[in-house]
Design a protein around this ligand. Structure first.
Ligand code: NDP
Ligand code: 13P
Ligand code: ZN
Length: 360
């Protein structure tokens, strides 16, 4: 082969690069919250720490983390209040800038606040989920509600995840079921991604896609094992959430875990704020988007029912008309993310779908 040809091939082969940020320590299991001092020592992140938690989650686990670290670190706390998320993030960022590293102890909102604040303040971040309710536990993305709908922001990937299954199993079952639904929704998210790849040439990551699909499939297979307040269930779901977060980190975007069903969920959050948990809305949305993809939508519905997640808008206090409006508004949220809901859905067809697929 001529030197010119080799150089051409080199250029072609080596002009691609990717930066994947993954957690270094992932500690999951019974009472592992007690391992936090060892994790912090192992990572040698500094002498001072900011612990971010919410009003409930501070009592659930935040205070325990504060006590565990108080002897060895200068500990500051930040209460991630429920209010304007961007304002809360700004305040958390200022507090993070004063600390050596940040620990987020809570549900999805708290973890996202801590990981964005860490990213903006250029601090390492440790993720301590108190509930297996969302797949942002281990990812480098954050999903933040704004007036225009949720935005997906780059965030600090956790350098460590410490997920205590005893704490997670004690959380309200609704949170665990919501996390299951968030993962089950991966199966429609990847169908949307493949559709966009075939139709519009959107780049796809086979590894991220396969990991995301496999994670959802494992959960569908284990749906019978998911029971309230069982530590085994917490273990199964938490591992799946970490795996799903890794898929997003590999992709460098939330695409492997967020398609039309998520845009429907974000639209609902805007139209009916506070109704339903994130994963619950995604699961409900996945029933419709799977139907539109021609897949096993009844399988999704029965798996959601098995784990105790809602399958109709009515179950989360949303009326049919609002669900129709959310289906139609979904395409206006993050419009660059092409999904099956961009394929000609009309008001009439949305109404028919809601009537047919969300029968009690
Ligand atoms: N980064 C990503 O990729 C993703 C991000 N998300 C984001 O995550 C958020 C949704 O997360 P989700 O966890 O569903 O909702 P929240 O974080 O709002 O948590 C729901 C409620 O559960 C409480 N809670 C959490 N853990 C426990 C526990 N162990 N015992 C009792 N109560 C508990 C919280 O308390 P407290 O008041 O203390 O917070 C809160 O009141 C959304 O903002 C969504 O956009 C969702 C999916 C993926
Ligand atoms: O929720 C997510 C994955 O489960 C990601 O959220 P976005 O839809 O905001 O990207
Ligand atoms: Zn989600």
């Amino acid at each position: 082969m001529s030197a010119d040809r080799i150089n051409l091939l080199r250029t072609k082969v080596f002009d691609k690069s990717k930066w994947m940020q993954l957690p270094r320590d992932v500690v999951i299991g019974h009472d592992v919250i007690e391992q936090i001092p060892a994790v912090c020592e192992d990572l040698a992140l500094g002498d001072s720490v900011l612990i971010v938690s919410g009003s409930r989650t501070r009592d659930v686990a935040g205070k325990r983390v504060e006590a565990l670290l108080a002897g060895s670190y200068d500990v500051a706390t930040f209460a991630a209040s429920v209010g304007d998320p961007l304002e809360t993030i700004r305040k958390a960022e200022a507090a993070a800038a004063e600390a050596g590293f940040v620990i987020g102890v809570g549900g999805g909102r708290v973890i996202d606040t801590a990981k964005i604040a860490s990213y903006n303040a250029d601090r390492h971040f440790i993720s301590v989920p108190t509930a297996a309710s969302h797949d942002g536990i281990a990812s480098s993305r954050a999903s933040v509600p704004t007036a225009e709908g949720n935005v997906s922001l780059a965030a600090e990937p956790p350098i460590a995840v410490v997920a205590d299954t005893a704490i997670i199993a004690s959380a309200p079952h609704r949170l665990l079921a919501s996390g299951c639904a968030d993962i089950m929704a991966n199966c429609t998210a990847i169908l949307d991604w493949e559709l966009s790849h075939r139709l519009r040439g959107e780049p796809i990551s086979e590894y991220a896609l396969t990991l995301s699909r496999m994670t959802a499939e494992i959960l569908f297979q284990n749906a019978d094992l998911i029971k309230p307040h069982s530590e085994e269930s917490a273990w199964i779901v938490t591992k799946a959430l970490v795996s799903s977060g890794v898929a997003m980190s590999i992709a460098g975007s939330s695409r492997p875990g967020s398609g039309g069903e998520h845009k429907f969920s974000h639209a609902l959050e805007r139209l009916a704020p506070g109704k339903g948990l994130h994963g619950e809305k995604c699961g409900i949305g996945a029933i419709i988007t799977m139907y539109l993809h021609g897949g096993d939508w009844e399988g999704i519905r029965s798996s959601l029912q098995k784990i105790g997640a809602p399958t109709t808008p009515a179950e989360i206090g949303v009326d049919d008309e609002t669900a129709v409006a959310a289906l139609l508004a979904a395409r206006t949220i993050r419009p660059e993310r092409f999904t099956i809901l961009d394929m000609g859905l009309t008001e009439e067809s949305a109404r028919d779908l809601v009537k047919m697929l969300y029968r009690e």
